[in-house]
Write a protein that binds this ligand. Structure first.
Ligand code: AMP
Ligand code: GLY
Length: 421
């Protein structure tokens, strides 16, 4: 079976690595892929957002199945286009991908189907948003409606900061059309959990829980990033909470999408906050998280491709999805200055320690060797019987990596370990 895999980050490297375990997998074309993926896939320099070029490439090759991993091509309708030329895919069609690409769509869905989430209002008018902010209590959360690389969320401590955020999104348009509508919502507190689930539109199978570390700096300070590290499983996510989420959030969400005429097929990501009132949805993503995939996939014991095919064929109910009882830790090594501004083309050296996984993200092969080519550069992942061992092993792997201005958090997993002790 030949696979077209769209994307070129750490998540896609982890997906390719996991798909490769199945001996029935022949060629994996990664578009565009990265330097690390070259060892297990054929990388083709076509950008994940260049839908015309992707469709043209897919028509020219014997592609049996496509996996569309990033949010942009999903929101732009790549799965619809590939289905249009007869290629089965893992990933939602554009109208189902709105669950991530429009926060207003997601919030309205939750409100209509009584799925617990933060109280909110949406605004298309700058003046009305500013008038509303005068009447609110703080902190408050301001979100750009559309995709913004995980950076379109501002926690405003007072009215001045909230107005500034709304102005940046609606007037200065830093996120382009993504900020034309804003969602202003209640500030919630509690531990955060990421639960990714396979769903074929009717059945849902949650994967092992995980915890992202979104802020750039140790101690959860600094700007929001795409994610600086993850651990799995998440110690706050008990079996009792998992049952509650299944009943109040996961099943109601897939039923809601079905009733809205856009059944969701693929990986649905629930970003949850465990508040004193119970678990609430902070966000949905229509895809595997990055770097959540880097800890979840190494813990997956059953075959990934079989599950992906069952999702597309609507037979997930009969599929065996199993996870290891071990723990995993992923530390992201980024270019210094990420997510604000950073230099690239720095030469990377590392001795691959045997029992740690190095998933590449922003890397490129040149005649000088592998160089940095993006904000997040490498994900170093360790799987061990306990979380403590996994964290320690991941950081030993990090120690072997060298490039100029490499930046990483030194506290991935620390709060989870405190919770366990
Ligand atoms: P999002 O991109 O929606 O996941 O938001 C990024 C981060 O902002 C989340 O992981 C939370 O830490 C924080 N956040 C988002 N919405 C809220 C909220 N309503 N209350 C508190 N924190 C939030
Ligand atoms: N790590 C968060 C995300 O993939 O959106």
């Amino acid at each position: 079976m030949n696979i077209l895999l769209i994307g070129g980050g750490g998540r896609e490297h982890a997906l390719a690595w996991s798909l490769r375990k199945n001996p029935a997998v022949g060629t994996i074309w990664a578009l565009p892929g990265n330097a690390g993926m070259e060892e297990i896939a054929t990388c083709v320099p076509i950008a994940a957002k260049d839908l015309d070029a992707i469709v043209c490439f897919a028509q020219s090759q014997p592609v049996d199945f496509a996996v569309v991993a990033p949010d942009d091509p999903l929101a732009l309708g790549l799965v619809d286009r590939l289905h249009g030329i007869g290629i089965p895919c893992f990933g939602p069609e554009a109208k189902a991908a709105r669950i991530e690409s429009s926060k207003a769509f997601a919030k309205n869905l939750m409100s209509r189907y009584k799925i617990p989430t933060a109280a909110y209002r949406t605004f298309d008018s700058y003046e009305q948003a500013v008038a509303y902010l005068k009447t609110q209590r703080y902190p408050i959360v301001v979100k750009a409606d559309g995709l913004a690389l995980g950076k379109g969320v501002v926690i405003a401590m007072d009215e001045r900061q909230a107005v500034e955020a709304v102005t940046t999104m609606m007037v200065d348009k830093v996120f382009g059309t993504s900020g034309g509508t804003v969602v202003i919502e209640e500030f919630l507190t509690g531990p955060e959990v990421s639960v990714l689930a396979f769903t074929d539109g009717k059945h849902i199978v949650p994967m092992i829980s995980s915890m992202d570390h979104k802020r750039a700096l140790d101690g959860d300070v600094g700007p929001n990033t795409g994610g600086m590290g993850t651990i799995a499983p998440n110690p706050w996510y008990t079996e009792a909470i998992a049952s509650q989420c299944m009943e109040q959030i996961f099943i109601p969400t897939i039923r809601a999408m079905e009733q809205e005429g856009c059944p969701f097929k693929g990986c649905l990501y629930f970003g949850l906050m465990l508040t004193v009132e119970g678990p609430k949805v902070i966000e949905y993503n229509c895809r595997f998280g990055d770097p959540e995939a880097q800890v979840i996939l190494p813990l997956l014991q059953s075959d990934l491709l079989t599950t992906m095919l069952a999702v597309e064929n609507g037979t997930l109910e009969h599929c065996d999805v199993r996870f290891s009882p071990d723990s995993a830790c992923c530390v992201v090594i980024a270019s210094g200055g990420y997510p604000v501004s950073y230099e690239m083309e720095k030469q990377i050296s590392f001795d691959c320690s045997a029992d740690v996984l190095y998933f590449h993200a922003g890397t490129r092969r040149t005649d000088r060797g592998v160089v940095t080519a993006g904000g997040r550069v490498l994900s170093v992942v360790a799987v061990r019987p306990t979380l403590e061992q996994a964290v320690e092993a991941a950081y030993r792997g990090v120690d072997t990596v060298r490039f100029e201005h490499a930046a990483f958090r030194s506290d991935i997993g620390r709060s989870a370990l405190e919770q366990l002790s």
